[in-house]
Design a protein around this ligand. Structure first.
Ligand SMILES: [Zn+2]
Length: 481
C-alpha cells in the first residue's frame, strides 16, 4: 500500500427534466437547431427579469429529501461573476452562502464495506450555453439552447478514498436521480456531469494536500480512470520533491492522462453577491411534506426488497434495481407469471445484453424493449413446461420484438415445439451413434466430455428442437447398454 492517501470529493451537475428553463418559458429540451430555444432573458439582454420555475424547485427538494438533506426554509440565489462567451450575462445565477439543501449523504458499498459519503450541499443554478469549435467555419460559434436549463449542483464532502469509491458514489447518485425522474442521466449528452477534486496526503495525517480539479469525464469509467491517473501523478510528483499546483486539469480519454487547463479560480475570484432580481427562495414545511409524501421507492430499498421477496442474490438484485425501468420490467414479468429467478436470469443475460448493445438505456426510460415483459414471462413458462428449449426460446426474441404476439402461438406456427418424444429421438440418437464410431470409442474409454459433442449432433439433427435433457438420458442409456 502506498504511503499516501487519496482524498476525493465530487461535484455533480445534473440537468433537470423540466419542460421549461429555470428563469424563462423557453423549452429546456436537449438538441434542436442551435439558438432556437432562446428568448431575451436566456440570451442575457438588459432589462429582463428572471422568474423562478416552481417545478425546478420541487425537483431540487426531491433530490434533497432522497439523499437525507435538510431543506432550508430560506435560500438565496447569488450571482457568480465571470466572463466566458457561453455566458451572455457575464454572470451565472447560482446559490452560494445559503443553498437550498445541506447535509445528507449517499450510501455506498465497495468490496463489501458499507460507507456513507457525506453531502456538503445541493444547490440550484442555471446552465450555460455551449461553445462550438468544430462547426467548419473560422472562429467559434455559441449555441444558447442550453443557457438557462435548470441544474442541480450536488457537492460531496472530500470523503472518498479510492477511484472505486468515487465510481460507486457516482453510480448510486445517478441511479437515485433517475428513480426520482428528475434527470435523464445521459453522460454523453452532458445532462449528468462530474468534476472531481483530488489530492493526496501522507497516510495517517489530517491536513488536506493541495487539490486539483479534473474535468471532461463523460462516463463512469472515465471518472475512475482519470482519478486513478491523477492520484499516481500527484504521488509521483511529491516523491520527486515537486509541489502540487492548485489547478484545473482536463482528462484526455484517448491519451489516458490529465493535463493542465488553467489555474483554478478561488471563490473570491467570482465576486459572488445575492441576486437582486430574485427574492429569497422560501420553502415552507407543507411543500416539503407534500414532496416527501410523493417520493418513489428508492434503489436501496428496492434492492433490499428484491433480495428478501424474490430470493435474489445481492448482485442480481443490485443490477436489476440500478435502473427503475429495468426493475419495473422484471416485476412486470414476475406479475405475469414467470418464476422470479428465471425472470431475473433472462433479464440479466439476454435482455440487458441487447439493451446495452443497442444503447437503449441512453434515455431515462427504455421504450423499445427487445421483448415485452409479458411475452418474456410466457416464453419462460414455455421453457419451464418443456414445450420449447432455451436456445429456441432465445432465437424467438427478435421475432417477438415490437409485436404483441403470443409466444405459444409463434412456437406452434413455426413448428418449433420441443421434441421430447422418446421414440422420435431414439431414432436420431441411434443414427448419430452409428455415424460417430470414433467419439463413441472415446466415450467408452472414459472420456465423458465427448457426450457434449454427441448431444450437439442430435440437437443439430433435430433442427434444434430436441429437449437436451432427454437427449442426454437417451445417449447415456444407448452408450452404456
Ligand atoms: Zn429563454
Amino acid at each position: 500500500m502506498s504511503t499516501m492517501e487519496p482524498v476525493i470529493g465530487l461535484e455533480v451537475h445534473a440537468e433537470l427534466l423540466t419542460a421549461s428553463k429555470i428563469f424563462c418559458a423557453c423549452s429546456a429540451a436537449f438538441g434542436g437547431e442551435p439558438n432556437t430555444n432562446v428568448c431575451p432573458l436566456c440570451l442575457g439582454m438588459p432589462g429582463v427579469l428572471p422568474v423562478l420555475n416552481r417545478r425546478a424547485v420541487e425537483f431540487a427538494i426531491r433530490a434533497g429529501l432522497a439523499t437525507g438533506c435538510t431543506i432550508e426554509p430560506r435560500s438565496v440565489f447569488a450571482r457568480k461573476n465571470y466572463f466566458y462567451p457561453d455566458l451572455p450575462k457575464g454572470y451565472q445565477i447560482s446559490m452560494y452562502e445559503l443553498p437550498l439543501c445541506v447535509g445528507g449523504g449517499i450510501d455506498i458499498v465497495v468490496d463489501g464495506t458499507a460507507r456513507r459519503i457525506g453531502l456538503t450541499r445541493i444547490h440550484m443554478e442555471e446552465d450555460t450555453g455551449k461553445n462550438i469549435h468544430d462547426a467548419g467555419v473560422s472562429g467559434s460559434l455559441v449555441d444558447f439552447n442550453r443557457s438557462g436549463v435548470p441544474l442541480l449542483e450536488i457537492v460531496s464532502e472530500p470523503e472518498m478514498r479510492s477511484p472505486e469509491e468515487a465510481g460507486t458514489y457516482l453510480r448510486t447518485l445517478h441511479s437515485i436521480l433517475q428513480y426520482l425522474e428528475i434527470c435523464d442521466g445521459n453522460m454523453e449528452e452532458g445532462s449528468f456531469r462530474c468534476d472531481a477534486n483530488v489530492s493526496v496526503r501522507p497516510r495517517g495525517t489530517t491536513p488536506f494536500g493541495t487539490k486539483v480539479e479534473i474535468k471532461n469525464m463523460n462516463s463512469f469509467r472515465a471518472v475512475e480512470r482519470a482519478i486513478a491517473y491523477e492520484i499516481k501523478r500527484q504521488e509521483r510528483a511529491i516523491a520527486d520533491g515537486e509541489k502540487i499546483v492548485q489547478e484545473t486539469r482536463l482528462w484526455d480519454p484517448d491519451r489516458e492522462e490529465t493535463r493542465a487547463m488553467r489555474s483554478k479560480e478561488y471563490a473570491h475570484d467570482y465576486r459572488y453577491f445575492p441576486e437582486p432580481d430574485l427574492p429569497p427562495l422560501v420553502v415552507d414545511e407543507a411543500w416539503v411534506s407534500d414532496v416527501r409524501s410523493r417520493l418513489p421507492e428508492l434503489p436501496a430499498e428496492r434492492r433490499a426488497r428484491f433480495e428478501r421477496d424474490y430470493g435474489l442474490s445481492a448482485y442480481d438484485a443490485d443490477v436489476l434495481t440500478q435502473r427503475k425501468d429495468v426493475a419495473d420490467y422484471f416485476e412486470a414479468g414476475v406479475a405475469a407469471g414467470a418464476p422470479a429467478k428465471d425472470m431475473a436470469n433472462w433479464v440479466l443475460t439476454e435482455v440487458l445484453r441487447i439493451v446495452r448493445e443497442e444503447k437503449l438505456d441512453h434515455a431515462l426510460v427504455i421504450r423499445d424493449w427487445p421483448v415485452s415483459a409479458a411475452q418474456l414471462a410466457k416464453l419462460i413458462q414455455l421453457v419451464a413446461a418443456g414445450q420449447v428449449n432455451r436456445n429456441t426460446a432465445k432465437a424467438l426474441l427478435p421475432k417477438l420484438r415490437g409485436t404483441d404476439q403470443d409466444p405459444a402461438a409463434l412456437v406452434a406456427a413455426e413448428g418449433l415445439g420441443q421434441v421430447s418424444d422418446r421414440g422420435a429421438l431414439e431414432a436420431i440418437v441411434a443414427d448419430v451413434i452409428a455415424r460417430s464410431p470414433e467419439q463413441v470409442a472415446q466415450f467408452k474409454a472414459g472420456k465423458d466430455k465427448v457426450l457434449g459433442f454427441l448431444v450437439g449432433q442430435v440437437m443439430k439433427a433435430s433442427g434444434g428442437k430436441a429437449a437436451p435433457q432427454v437427449v442426454q438420458e437417451l445417449l447415456r442409456a444407448a452408450l452404456t447398454r
